[in-house]
Design a protein around this ligand. Structure first.
Ligand code: ZN
Length: 377
């Protein structure tokens, strides 16, 4: 069924720049090292276009095949689900041919009785009572085939918060690493960022919006080999959605710490970049009723790329954060680059997104494992 495809006269995004026009041949779901296609190959003219590895959305929430299809149509071929309130629906979407590859954290860890359990629909068993309970939580995730461990950190200053203890977070990281799993921590304040970095989590996601990293935190960022998935699209949505609530407006006049400003989020991204840390592209696309904002599945990846460039990344760095770097951090060795033997997960766009990252939104075709799943032609 999978006939050979030849993309001819196409520039290829590789190592932060574009190659001269060349031919890329896809066969058996993979990128080949051949320049000469078979006579029967399906030929696609790539003149004036750029071929990119399919995007990896490093933070989304997916529960329907429509979510995945919308993402594919915008060039996303791998989706990293970061916590599945509708666990069964999400896990059933793994390994579906013709749809983006879905990996999932499954059920995330939080403090017993946290709002994630009482309001967001995660079961009580996902509350981790202390360091001794951490191996049990991680063993449950291994049984459920989670692809990494998500840890939800709550700022202890927020009224009603039920935060995980610092030593519990460290124990979760240790147990996850013992099981060979990466850890991703949800952080929304300087305090939770500090907890995550001190505990040695691999990836932090979101940013603070009420402060920028102080000297102490900058030192930690410089010391720890941590990656950030800032989800700037979501942070902007949160600032607008929550900042407008009457109670927050009154409180933020009195408590300077609660004043939310999107500029703190983009400044945090710039600080990570200056420290040499990897910045990845994640949208937090979701349609969970309890979420403060709902970035659209698929379309939001292009908004996120643009916001990262506004925050100081070069277009090539932002694109790298949705392709090669994302694959490297999440140990997806079969994708993220256009190289022989990699999965033929690709997108063809019109123009040069390394000059104007907005060109990445001019999606002409998308392939998943060599099968063209979207085309404007
Ligand atoms: Zn999320």
């Amino acid at each position: 069924m999978n006939v050979e495809t030849a993309l001819v006269d196409v520039r290829v995004f590789a190592g932060g720049r574009l190659s001269p026009p060349r031919t890329v041949v896809l066969a058996d779901g993979e990128i080949t090292d051949r320049e000469t296609p078979a006579a029967t190959a399906d030929v696609v003219d790539g003149r004036g276009g750029t071929l990119l590895p399919g995007f990896i959305d490093c933070h989304a929430h997916v529960s329907t095949s429509e979510h995945l299809r919308a993402m594919a149509a915008h060039g996303v071929t791998t989706v990293l689900d970061m916590g599945a309130p509708q666990f069964d629906a999400t896990m059933a979407l793994k390994h579906r041919p013709g749809l983006p590859t879905l990996l999932s954290a499954g059920r995330p860890a939080s403090g017993p009785g946290s709002m994630f359990i009482t309001k967001m629909g995660h079961p009580p068993s996902t509350g981790v009572s202390g360091p001794d309970d951490a191996p049990r939580f991680v063993a449950d995730r291994v049984d459920e085939q989670s692809d990494y461990v998500k840890i939800l950190l709550e700022d202890p200053r927020v009224p009603g918060a039920k935060p995980l203890r610092d030593d519990t977070v460290a124990a979760l990281v240790a147990a996850a690493h013992e099981a060979g799993l990466l850890t991703v921590a949800h952080v929304v304040s300087a305090a939770t960022m500090r907890t995550a970095l001190t505990a040695g989590v691999d990836v932090v996601t979101h940013t603070a919006v009420s402060s920028e990293p102080d000297e102490d935190l900058l030192r930690l960022i410089a010391e720890r080999p941590v990656t950030i998935v800032p989800t700037l699209t979501m942070m902007d949505g949160v600032v607008h959605a929550i900042g407008r609530k009457p109670l927050m407006r009154v409180l933020s006049v009195v408590v300077k710490d609660l004043r939310m400003d999107y500029r703190h989020a983009s400044a945090t991204v710039a600080a990570f970049r200056r420290a040499g840390r990897t910045v990845l592209v994640g949208t937090d696309a979701n349609d969970e009723p309890g979420a403060p904002f709902h970035p659209a599945h698929g379309r939001s990846i292009h908004e996120e790329l643009a916001r990262l460039v506004d925050a100081g990344l070069t277009p090539a760095e932002a694109l790298d954060g949705a392709t090669r770097s994302a694959a490297d951090v999440f140990r997806l060795t079969d994708r993220g680059r256009i190289a022989a033997g990699c999965r033929a997960d690709l997108l063809l766009v019109d123009g040069d997104p390394t000059v104007d990252v907005g060109a990445a939104a001019n999606v002409e075709s998308v392939w998943i494992a060599g099968e063209r799943v979207f085309s404007t032609a």
